[in-house]
Design a protein around this ligand. Structure first.
Ligand code: AQP
Length: 330
């Protein structure tokens, strides 16, 4: 039986954090054996916010090193750079022409990001979901593993694929979002009502995967909780503790009930140290491997060049079919 196809990616916009690791990276690794996986380094998407060109290039290496350090195997998965497969930009443009302004203006991420970057609400920020739809549809993906915040974009992708198929006949497979119940939205440590994010301006809000053990311990100890001193899962009334419980639960494979029993009657001090220790232990091999890989850029280049070749073979077939159907001569 043919393996199902997975496509996902992360924007090349800086150091990854625990939200990326728990929300998607760990899952990417788990899926490698069972699925035909395409994991993209989304550097074209990164342009929606003004970036330093040198940093944008460096971020590609950082992200690729993070993929490999987390356990992605370039011999099992196709790991590639979005900008090296020109079909992404081309299909993105085609899909722009099949996406309605009303659909794009309903996207929560667009609303959030345009509020955050009020001085640069560019057209790319608005049409980002059409480019993302192209990323997914080029590979005829069955499943798209993402965090909760990307669900709306995958749903739009489904609508676009259905719309296109209806107009021109079967062209795209209709993908499904693949979102875990726990860990799909890791929250900030200082503001547990907002997702942990690279661009958080609150100090100690975000745990980076390359943070030292001391930094991780400090950040977790400072995490905002509440004053009732009971380790109990209650997202609505105890968002800080519930977030730490989810993080701890995913890393140690313990259920929320088990964690409640483990820390019953102990207050938050012991619990926070246990959470920090678990994160430190989980990330130690990652950090060592990451540093090793970052010292070997030519190995990383080899990986992305090989990935681009494989990705292009699939992407070019889909785009050829699309162009033929809509009457574009190449
Ligand atoms: N906090 C999170 N919890 C769970 N999943 C998360 N993801 C991101 N943050 C969390 C998931 O990671 C994938 C890649 O996301 P991206 O490339 O779109 O990065 P992002 O969401 O832009 O990351 P940030 O940190 O939120 O960046 P800024 O601050 O620049 O907006 C996606 O599947 C996402 O769901």
């Amino acid at each position: 039986m043919e393996k199902k196809v997975i496509l996902s990616g992360i924007q090349a916009t800086g150091d990854l954090h625990l939200g990326h690791y728990i929300g998607v990276l760990k899952r990417f690794v788990e899926m490698q054996d069972e699925f035909d996986c395409y994991y993209m380094i989304a550097n074209l998407h990164a342009l929606t916010v003004r970036r330093d060109p040198k940093e944008l290039k460096e971020n590609v290496y950082k992200l690729l090193a993070s993929y490999i350090a987390a356990g992605l195997d370039p011999d099992k998965s196709t790991i590639f750079l979005q900008s090296q497969v020109h079909e992404h930009a081309e299909l993105g443009w085609v899909l722009d022409c099949y996406t309605y302004m009303g659909e794009l203006s309903r996207m929560t991420q667009y609303k959030d990001k345009s509020a955050k970057h009020a001085d640069n609400i560019n057209a790319g920020l608005f049409t980002y979901p059409s480019l993302m739809a192209g990323d997914i549809l080029l590979y005829q993906a069955d499943l798209v593993p993402t965090g909760e915040d990307q669900k709306q974009h995958v749903e739009l992708t489904r609508d676009l694929a259905e719309r296109f198929n209806k107009l021109y006949g079967e062209t795209f497979k209709i993908p499904k979002p693949f979102i875990e119940k726990v860990g799909a939205r890791v929250m900030g440590l200082q503001d547990p009502t907002s997702k942990m994010s690279k661009s958080s301006t609150l100090p100690n809000d975000t745990i980076l995967l390359i943070d030292t053990p001391e930094e991780i311990m400090k950040k977790v100890k400072k995490a905002v909780t509440d004053s009732d001193g009971i380790v109990k899962y209650d997202e609505e009334n105890k968002p800080g503790i519930s977030n730490l419980m989810e993080i701890y639960g995913i890393i140690t494979s313990k259920t929320m009930d088990e964690i409640e029993n483990e820390f019953e009657g102990q207050g938050y001090g012991n619990f926070k140290v246990a959470v920090a220790d678990a994160i430190i232990k989980e990330l130690e091999p990652f950090r060592n491997k990451y540093n090793e890989l970052m010292a070997n850029p030519s190995y990383l280049e080899e990986i992305y060049n090989k990935g681009a070749k494989k990705a292009s073979e699939v992407a070019s077939k889909t785009l050829k079919d699309v162009y033929e159907k809509i009457g574009i001569i190449r």
